[in-house]
Design a protein. Structure first.
Length: 352
C-alpha cells in the first residue's frame, strides 16, 4: 500500500508571496537630488544659444559652486551636529581671506614666478596659514560666544551676529578699511580655450580642489571611526555620549574644522574675486545659508549638490536675465523646500 499523503500544516502559506514592483517614480525618488545638477546643465545647454558660452558659464558655475561648498561644508556639520545657527561663520571667511592674502603678498617672488610648482607652493602656504588662524579663532569663538547659548536659537543669532561685527572691526584695526587687490599667481592667470569656450585656469583649479575636498570629506565621514562618531552625533548625540565618547570634544573638533574650512574658502574666494574687503564674508553668507538649507542639515552630499545647483543657477540666470540674478537662488530655495521640506538629502530630524 502506498503511504497516505501527508497534510500540509494549517498555518503554511497557501500560495507563494507576490513580488510587488515599485513604480519607476518611487525608485527614482532617492536619486532625484543627484539628477538635479545634470538636469540643470542640460537645461542651460538648451536655453543658452551658443555652445561656447554655455560651456564657459558651466565651468564658472561649477567653480563658484565648489568654492561655496568649501565654505558651507563645515557650517552644515556644525548646524546639523550642534544645532547652532552661527552667523559669525562669515568672520572666518574674511579672516581667512586677509590672512591668506597677507601670506601671498609676502611670497610675491613665488607667486610672480612663471613656475606652477612655486605658485601652488605659495597658495598652499597661504591656505595653511589661513586654516590655522581661522581654526584657532573658531576655537575661541565656540568657547567664549557659542557655548553659553547652546539650545537657544534666538540668543545664538544675536551673539554670533555680534561676534561677526566685532570680527569685522578687528579686520579694520589690523588691515585697515581699504579694499586690497590681490593678483592671481602667474601660471593661474588667463584662460585656456576648449571647443571655442574660454575657461579660466583658476576656475578649473577651483573645480578640482572642491571635488577632491568633497571626496576626502565623504571618505572620512563614511570610512573612518571618527566619521562614524560624527555621523552618529548628528543623528543621536545622547546615544554617542552614553557609549562613552565625549560628545563635547566632538562638537568642538567639528566647530574648529568648520572654521578652518571657512578660512580655506576665504582664500579661494579672494583669488576668485581678486579683491577683498572686511565685509566680504558677510556678503557671501546669504549663498552659504541657502546651500545649507536646501542641502539638508548635516549632509555633506546635500551641501555639495546644493552648492553646485546654486553656482550654476547664479551664472545661467545672470547671463540670460541679469535682473533676476539676485532673486534666483531665493526662488530656488523656496521651490526645493516646497518639494523637500527637510532639504534634498536630509540627515537629521527637525529638533523640536
Amino acid at each position: 500500500m502506498s503511504p497516505a499523503p501527508q497534510q500540509a500544516p494549517q498555518n503554511a502559506p497557501q500560495h507563494a508571496p507576490t513580488i510587488t514592483h515599485l513604480p519607476l517614480s518611487e525608485r527614482l525618488k532617492p536619486w532625484l537630488p543627484v539628477l538635479l545638477v545634470p538636469v540643470l546643465i542640460v537645461a542651460g545647454y538648451f536655453a543658452i544659444p551658443q555652445t561656447s558660452s554655455w560651456l564657459t558659464l558651466t565651468v564658472s558655475g561649477l567653480a563658484m559652486g565648489m568654492m561655496i561648498f568649501v565654505i558651507a561644508s563645515g557650517m552644515t556639520l556644525v548646524f546639523g551636529l550642534m544645532d547652532v545657527i552661527n552667523f559669525g561663520h562669515g568672520a572666518f571667511i574674511s579672516f581667512g581671506a586677509f590672512v591668506g592674502t597677507t601670506v601671498l603678498l609676502m611670497l610675491s617672488s613665488m607667486t610672480g614666478a612663471p613656475s606652477l610648482f612655486l605658485n601652488l607652493l605659495a597658495i598652499s602656504a597661504a591656505v595653511l596659514a589661513a586654516m590655522v588662524v581661522t581654526g584657532a579663532i573658531g576655537w575661541g569663538f565656540e568657547r567664549a560666544i557659542v557655548r553659553p547659548v547652546y539650545g537657544s536659537h534666538l540668543k545664538q543669532i544675536l551673539v554670533t551676529m555680534g561676534g561677526l561685527i566685532v570680527a569685522e572691526q578687528m579686520i579694520y584695526v589690523l588691515w585697515g578699511g581699504q579694499e586690497i587687490v590681490i593678483l592671481r599667481p602667474e601660471t593661474l592667470k588667463g584662460a585656456v580655450t576648449f571647443a571655442g569656450a574660454t575657461l579660466e585656469k583658476y576656475r578649473l583649479l577651483a573645480v578640482a580642489v572642491g571635488l577632491v575636498l568633497f571626496l576626502a570629506m565623504r571618505a572620512v565621514l563614511r570610512r573612518t571611526k571618527l566619521g562614524l562618531i560624527v555621523r552618529a552625533g548628528v543623528d543621536n548625540p545622547e546615544m554617542v555620549q552614553a557609549l562613552g565618547y565625549n560628545i563635547t570634544r566632538v562638537f568642538v573638533g567639528v566647530f574648529i574644522a568648520g572654521s578652518a574650512l571657512a578660512g580655506l574658502g576665504g582664500v579661494m574666494w579672494a583669488l576668485y574675486q581678486e579683491v577683498i574687503t572686511a565685509h566680504m564674508g558677510n556678503e557671501i553668507m546669504i549663498l552659504v545659508f541657502v546651500v545649507v538649507i536646501i542641502g539638508g542639515l548635516g549632509s555633506v552630499e546635500g551641501c555639495f549638490i546644493g552648492a553646485l545647483t546654486v553656482g550654476l543657477m547664479q551664472n545661467y540666470i545672470a547671463f540670460l536675465e541679469p535682473k533676476l540674478a539676485l532673486v534666483s537662488n531665493i526662488a530656488l530655495m523656496v521651490a526645493i523646500l516646497m518639494w523637500r521640506p527637510m532639504g534634498m538629502v536630509p540627515v537629521v530630524k527637525a529638533k523640536g
